[in-house]
Design a protein around this ligand. Structure first.
Ligand code: F6P
Length: 337
């Protein structure tokens, strides 16, 4: 391993070829990001290598040269043209050694990794072990990376949730039912809270405040039925919340009398053409990844704060401590009377 790191020293001096991969759960806007990274790199005179199936593709050597036309006509497509995976092998030192051999063989001098928490954790370890310049882009619908106001795919997923809830509301109100709608988030409540505000739901049950209050008890005790016969509650997927099924089971046992239904939105939240906002974010962040490498930035994630591009060290981005907006939670409570 030491030998590789030592051989790699010259790479710091100049980058001629950048590899791109997408990893973990896909997110709308990943293609826009791939396009931006590819075109910004070529604009600066660099070669680009597309790595298929995330880190797995580095282990199985699935690498192709990318020209500008490889990324034509993809900005509007959901998913990722590079495919994605969650590689168990890359989590082992041996797997990363094989991956690094592929990097060397293809003369890749730096990597741009587009993905969420797990993908950037992998990037951080790989970068340290092999002294390889890596820049991350936050590609996840969960919006759970710290140091960035928003992540690529989050806005599109929120819009998908809002449209789905609008439809469920029609039937909820016709039947005068209480609906628990489970949304994704990998243990974070951003989609649930913001989705609830956007769709005019009565409440959001989120993991961040599970240990502080019994959110279900709060909801029922606050008399959410004072003025309405139907109700919509968004529940973040999480062991802490117990998900929408867990909530419905509790209501049946503890508060019989409600006509309860459950909808789990599932992977529909990850698909679809990216919103304008996600396309713009992904384009800006993709170009910024190349700027960062030109600026000799290493092992940082590109973030956005107050509309400005920022560099966030991997260690900070993956810390799992991004706070939810308590004021927004309060606004939701006020508006659901
Ligand atoms: O991290 C993105 C995400 O969609 C999470 O919200 C969810 O928990 C997870 O991925 C689902 O992963 P998979 O598609 O592997 O089931």
């Amino acid at each position: 391993m030491r030998t590789f790191a030592a051989q790699n020293f010259y790479i710091m001096a100049s980058i001629k070829c950048v590899g791109i991969l997408t990893s973990g759960g896909d997110a709308p806007g990943m293609n826009a990001a791939i396009r931006a990274v590819t075109r910004a790199a070529i604009y600066n005179g660099w070669e680009v290598k597309g790595i298929y199936r995330g880190y797995k593709g580095l282990i199985t050597d699935e690498v192709s040269a990318f020209k500008t036309n490889n990324v034509s006509n993809i900005i509007q497509q959901g998913g990722t043209i590079l495919k994605t995976a969650r590689s168990q092998e890359f989590m082992t030192p041996e797997g990363r050694r094989v991956a690094y051999e592929t990097v060397r063989r293809h003369q890749i001098d730096a990597l741009v990794v587009i993905g969420g928490d797990g993908s950037l954790t992998g990037a951080r370890i790989f970068a340290q072990e092999y002294n390889l310049p890596i820049v991350g882009l936050p590609g996840t619908i969960d919006n759970d990376l710290a140091g960035t106001d928003t992540t690529i795919g989050y806005d599109t997923a929120l819009n998908t949730i809002m449209e789905a809830v609008d439809k469920i509301r029609d039937t909820a109100s016709s039947h005068e039912r209480l609906f628990f709608i489970e949304v994704m988030g990998r243990g974070a409540g951003f989609l649930a809270l913001n989705g609830a505000v956007a769709s005019g739901a009565e409440a959001a049950i989120i993991p961040e405040i599970c240990t502080e209050v019994d959110q279900l008890e709060d909801l029922i005790k606050n008399g959410f039925r004072k003025s309405k016969n139907s109700s919509i509650v968004l529940v973040a997927e999480s062991e802490l919340t117990g998900g929408a099924m867990g909530m419905a089971d509790r209501v049946k046992k503890e508060y019989p009398g409600y006509d309860v239904r459950v909808t789990i939105l599932g992977h529909i939240q990850r698909g679809g053409s990216p919103s304008a906002s996600d396309r713009i974010l992904a384009s800006r962040m993709g170009a910024a990844a190349i700027d960062a490498l030109l600026d000799d930035q290493r092992n940082v994630m590109i973030g956005i704060q107050n509309e400005k591009i920022v560099y966030v060290p991997f260690s900070k981005a993956i810390k799992d401590d991004k706070p939810i907006d308590r004021d927004l939670l309060n606004t939701l409570r006020i508006l659901s009377i």
